[in-house]
Design a protein around this ligand. Sequence first.
Ligand SMILES: Cc1ncc(COP(=O)(O)O)c(C=O)c1O
Length: 370
Amino acid sequence: MDIDRVERLIRPGLATMRGYDPVEPIDVLERELGRRIVKLDGNENPYLSSPRAREVLARFPYYHIYPDPLQRKLREALSDYTGFPPQNIVCGNGSDDLIDLVLRLFVCDGDEVLNAPPTFGMYPFLVTLSGGRLVDVPRLSGFALDVEGLRQAMTPRTRVIFVASPNNPTGDVASTEEVRQLLDMEIIVAVDEAYFEFASETVASLIPEYPNLIVLRTFSKWAGLAGVRVGYALCHEKLSSHLLTIKQPYNVNVAGEAAAVASLQDADYLLSNVDKLRAERDRMTEGLASFAFLHPHQSKANFVLCRVDQKGRSGDETAARRLRDGLRGRGILVRFYESDGLRDCLRISAGLPEDTDALLEALGEVWNEL
Ligand SMILES: Cc1ncc(COP(=O)(O)O)c(C=O)c1O
């Protein structure tokens, strides 16, 4: 059998699918650029993970044993942290895993999933993998949800909507009232609160009232565990029981479980880092706004979306892209998007104070050189 025939056996839609745009590994880049990288492109935590979590991992004796499929210790610890009983909690291999599980649970081939771009790129990626049909209802100017547009986009095949709050890449929070309106549409509403600790706003208190609400959270951002992959969902206990049944038994590995439990024991320390990042985000926003060619959008997360004026040349190559390239040449990484409506924007993660200083110093110089 030749490879062409093998490829023809791939599920329709997947052979030509565009993959997720990942950020490049930092060691590869450091080697390529030959200098220390200021990494402001991945919304990661520059204060690292908790020392307690690192110590627990270093001493952990049970790497040879399979993890607990029911995630008992972690769900107990999360119960103390969230105030929800363990029956309302399911953990995943990052919250990406839970986005995938929600789609597996509710979406059959051809079912529709509502999406409110610009938003997190994992939703289109995983909806395509699921065989579902993504229905985009763009946000209004200023990036508020178009609740009426979403309502009008509903059909008998609509199953799920994903709403990131704070939204990545804009940093806007969906109001409780907006989320209630979506819940009243009687579809599954997955509110992705990956940046909850930075915003301190949540709709989790609506769960007892709305069995169609699923709140997703992660240890990647506030707890600095992006590389270890631990996320969780809060929802009605019947839903969490279905999610527990269909998940891969060992989706959270022993290192993830141990690191997440230790992080929760070290929550005060980690939340003090969140406070520092919030302050740095605000200082960076002010600094960006001081340049006439930059227009930062107020954010409640650990990053800022910033519109960049066009300069000189026109066409596809926006000044935002050239600014990204110029910053990269100086070892400063920020996120640029190829997608419609964002080609004149950069998303910049909050970093250490010295990262912000380096960024603000480089921006003016690179702009002058464009
Ligand atoms: C809105 C949103 N949800 C989920 C994630 C992914 O989280 P995790 O690392 O837990 O998979 C991200 C990461 O950038 C995100 O921005």
